[in-house]
Ligand binder design. Structure first.
Ligand code: SAM
Length: 222
């Protein structure tokens, strides 16, 4: 079995152990195909490559991490998006989550606050021809209103509270997945749903540990 296939098995095993919490016993075929297809080793530093297909987070420099593959699969699946969807990601990091999303939806906009990471992720995504991902360096707390409203929003850094500008940039009927809780501790992965009538509801899914959302606005929220 290849190490990528082993990673897929590990994701399925972890989902089996958390199925009651996350409310599903399998991730969608497009999501699992994306995890199978995207070369995670291309998104991690050389020093971490031998661990690229372990089902765990890894350091990517600048004090940041690439998320655990199971969490990438879960967050993508929870968005409930399809091949027509336009999605915003806050926290580009390595670009891996954006690449996985890009296999499932039509267009990904991804924001990263650290210039060096944003540039490196853009280069990797371009080199691997993930042409439906557009990155920019800015404070993702404010979202990217020019391309919204979005069919889904993924936040991959921990917020003390759900950023209101992101809720505003969600389409009616769309979902946002965001870790909410204190910095450098455990947070709740929260599924935010905006109904067709514009009502917003929140549901805690499971405990997670993300690096904090930073920036002037993020500081208020962590
Ligand atoms: N999605 C990433 C991946 O696939 O590698 C992992 C993201 S890492 C857990 C969180 C990222 O959020 C870090 O790269 C961090 O610099 C970024 N971040 C933190 N605060 C931010 C903000 N206000 N706006 C945009 N990005 C932010």
């Amino acid at each position: 079995m290849s190490s990528r296939e082993q990673m897929i098995r590990d994701i399925e095993r972890e989902l089996d152990g958390t199925r009651n919490l996350v409310g599903r016993s399998a991730f969608s075929e497009p999501v699992m195909n994306a995890l199978q297809e995207v070369p995670r080793e291309a998104f991690v530093p050389l020093s971490e490559r031998r661990l690229a297909y372990n089902n765990g987070p890894l350091p990517i420099g600048c004090g940041q991490t690439i998320s655990q593959p199971y969490i990438v699969a879960l967050m993508t699946d929870l968005l409930d998006v399809d091949a027509e969807s336009v999605v915003l990601e806050v926290g580009t990091g390595s670009g891996y989550q954006a690449a996985v999303l890009s296999r499932v939806v039509s267009q990904v906009y991804s924001i990263e606050i650290i210039e060096a990471l944003s540039q490196r992720a853009s280069e990797v995504l371009r080199r691997l021809s993930y042409d439906n991902v557009v990155c920019r360096c800015s404070d993702g707390y404010l979202g990217w209103p020019e391309h919204g409203p979005y069919d889904g929003i993924l936040v991959t850094a921990a917020c003390r509270e759900i950023p209101q500008p992101l809720v505003t940039q969600l389409k009616p009927g769309a979902r946002m997945v965001v870790p909410v809780g204190p910095a450098f501790s455990y947070q709740d992965l929260v599924l935010v749903e905006k109904s067709d009538e514009g009502e917003v509801s929140e549901r805690k899914i499971l405990g997670v540990a993300f690096v904090p959302l930073t920036g002037d606005h993020g500081r208020d929220s962590v």
